[in-house]
Design a protein around this ligand. Structure first.
Ligand SMILES: Cc1ncc(COP(=O)(O)O)c(C=O)c1O
Length: 377
């Protein structure tokens, strides 16, 4: 096997002073109904985005353990956000960054990653089992064999991903007087686990709501092709803190896109699929828990999604009709008893890897029931 030697790069540790310290916005836009308002942490405004926190933490942890040698390359699979975070961390700490993406990655994101100095490889077809993620990981393993001393952070399973969000939790704790409900999108599980733990030390009765994508396997649903990037997965990441969640919602692309567009028009702050999904669920939580303080994290901003979420032709081609978007969740008793094909909610959260499969007689799919607390029109 031939080896590839990447040009070493100088570290620029000054960059680390730009990490985090993002603003908190009050969002009162109708989503889609009038709602009392919730707080949104605008991680898209941070240098390197939300995942710069995780990237810096994972590289520093590996350096401390001697798993990452000074100047050695870092190789990771990404659907974009961690790639930007790693590009930032690589510059700050002096590591060449090699990323494995796929051909679903937006052109603007490909350009951005390369502009920041990362080497980007794209896989062009999903694996039969495990989808795009499995295909990217297979390519990543090949690359690890050709790059001497290369380090793979493995964001799905690396506890330093979770630890990187201690700074985000500390910022929220200082920006809020109180918090009743925290709403987090879930991809690797990193930021939900990393924020909820420390915040529960401040507010022990804090309710954590996870937001997943329809067709994602994370919380035990069957794998289906997914249009949305960022939240959701086709594997079972070990960084997901299943026991920390009080409930999980699955949101579909029509609902997330409608929420993004409403946010952009009414609150100026907006973002991509995960931002739309958490905003929709946060507005719902603020409505059904009157008087509760609700906060969420907007993982990124809208720019990356101008050709998808915010593009009318894309929306028409993918059936993202706001008129067809669910306006409230259906209740399902167990993630593996009912397939969520649109916005759905479940208050039994279990780890699908260790939770026994329910009786197949339960059947898939059956319709859920409307949420009894939802009082809005
Ligand atoms: C845009 C976006 N939103 C949300 C998430 C989910 O965050 P986490 O991986 O911390 O669960 C990701 C993860 O890649 C992301 O890229």
């Amino acid at each position: 096997m031939t080896t590839t030697v990447l040009r070493p790069r100088a570290a620029n540790p000054e960059l680390l002073s730009l990490l985090g310290r993002t603003p908190l916005a009050r969002v009162t836009t109708d989503l889609p109904y009038p709602q009392p308002g919730f707080w949104a942490k605008l991680e898209g405004l941070a240098a390197g985005g939300m995942k710069a926190r995780a990237a810096v933490s994972m590289l520093l942890g590996a350096r401390e353990r001697g798993e990452l040698l000074p100047g050695a390359p870092v190789v990771e699979s990404t659907s974009g956000t961690l790639g930007i975070g790693l590009a930032f961390a690589g510059q700050a700490l002096g590591h060449p960054i090699v990323l494995v993406g796929d051909t679903e990655l937006e052109l603007s994101m490909r350009q951005l990653l390369r502009t920041y100095g990362a080497r980007l490889e794209l896989v062009d077809r999903p694996a039969g089992t495990g989808g795009w993620q499995a295909a990217r990981l297979a390519r990543l393993r090949e690359l690890l064999g050709t790059l001497p001393d290369a380090y793979w952070p493995d964001q799905y399973n690396n506890p330093d991903n979770i630890a990187g969000y201690a700074s985000l939790a500390a910022e929220l704790a200082s920006q809020l007087d109180h918090l009743d409900v925290l709403v987090c999108s879930v991809g690797t599980g990193g930021h939900s686990a990393g924020i909820a733990g420390p915040l529960r030390r401040h507010w022990p009765r804090l309710r954590l709501i996870g937001v997943d994508a329809t067709g994602s396997t994370i919380f035990g649903q069957p794998a289906r092709p997914r249009l949305m990037r960022g939240l959701g997965s086709s594997i079972h990441p070990r960084n997901v803190a299943y026991e920390a969640f009080d409930e999980v919602h699955w949101v579909g692309p029509a609902e997330a896109a409608d929420a993004c567009r409403r946010l952009a028009r009414g609150s100026f702050v907006s973002g991509g699929w995960s931002t739309g999904a958490v905003a929709l669920v946060s507005a719902w939580a603020a409505r059904v828990h009157p008087g509760a303080v609700v906060a969420t994290v907007f993982p990124d901003g809208p720019h990356r999604y101008l050709g998808t979420v915010y593009d009318d032709d894309f929306a028409a081609a993918h059936g993202l009709d706001p008129a067809g978007a669910a306006t409230r969740p259906v209740e399902i008793p167990h993630a593996r008893a009912v397939e969520a094909t649109g916005w759905a909610r479940c208050t039994t959260v279990t780890d699908p890897v260790t939770d026994p499969v329910p009786d197949p007689a339960a059947g898939l799919p059956v319709p859920g029931t409307p949420h009894p607390l939802e009082g809005s029109p």
